[in-house]
Design a protein around this ligand. Structure first.
Ligand code: 3PY
Ligand code: MG
Length: 254
């Protein structure tokens, strides 16, 4: 249950990974072999269900990559199901207020830090084989809670969101943010960049870890250079598409 990525972040190191929508466990395993720190199994967008996610998590463990689940919504049951099948962290979309962030943090932890629904007959507790107190303690210690700030309302409420205990990473979602500022999909638009930079500066001043999404290496570099420590670069389907396209264009076939 050791969460090596959490320790790495606490030691001030940056981590990179990607989102996953493909249902084959080989994909997260390959990402681990390639040296990615984490894979975000996407249950907000895409077809992945819990049974598939559980198998992706097994493959992640084989390859030493941290399995995170992006749940479909800020719902205690979605969060506990993701953690029960063995995800080491949850990413929760559309957090708008301190109240939302508190709900996430509490849903991901057992008493006294939270109110996560209790069952130890699950994969995370090694199907009840773990000593129970040890399980509850380690589960609370190792979990990573990542909240998506991806709208103007969240940015207006940034100070109160940052004051919530138990939020490990503030993740800026550039795509939803671009929609919120009126330029949907234009993630490099100055209005989007301005909001992102505002969050990064204020979060760094408050000693908080910031994460974001980058479409490609140059966007990833840009955000790593200004102190973003958790960068998700592209999505498995996008990585595959780009690789295939490069072959077609590289061979001059179009
Ligand atoms: C967004 O950009 O809105 C995300 O959720 C992550 O890419
Ligand atoms: Mg989003």
């Amino acid at each position: 249950m050791e969460n090596h990525m959490k320790s790495k972040l606490k030691a001030g190191k940056t981590v990179i990974g990607s989102f996953l929508k493909i249902t084959d466990p080989a994909v997260i395993e390959i990402m681990g072999r390639a040296g990615f720190d984490f894979g975000i199994i996407d249950m907000e967008h895409g077809p992945i269900g819990y049974e598939t996610a559980q198998n992706l998590i097994r493959a992640a463990e084989v390859a030493g990559i941290c399995p995170i689940i992006r749940v479909s919504e800020n719902d205690p049951v979605c969060i506990l199901r993701a953690l029960d099948i063995g995800a080491q962290g949850v990413e929760v979309p559309q957090i708008r207020s301190a109240k939302d962030a508190k709900k996430t943090a509490e849903s991901a932890r057992y008493f006294p830090e939270g109110k996560r629904g209790v069952c130890r007959y699950v994969r995370a507790a090694r199907y009840s084989s773990m000593e129970r107190q040890e399980y509850f303690r380690k589960a609370n210690e190792s979990v990573l809670t990542i909240v998506h700030l991806e709208g103007i309302e969240a940015i207006e409420n940034l100070d109160s969101i940052m004051s919530v205990d138990g939020v490990d990473i503030l993740f800026i979602g550039p795509y939803d943010l671009s929609q919120s500022v009126g330029v949907p999909g234009q993630v490099s638009h100055p209005s989007v960049i301005e909001q992102m930079e505002k969050v990064i500066t204020r979060a760094k001043d408050a000693d908080k870890i910031v994460g974001t999404f980058a479409d490609d290496i140059s966007a990833a570099k840009r955000w790593l250079d200004v102190g973003v420590m958790y960068v998700a670069i592209s999505v498995d389907v996008g990585i595959l598409y780009d690789a295939c396209r490069n072959m077609v264009t590289g061979l001059g076939l179009e």
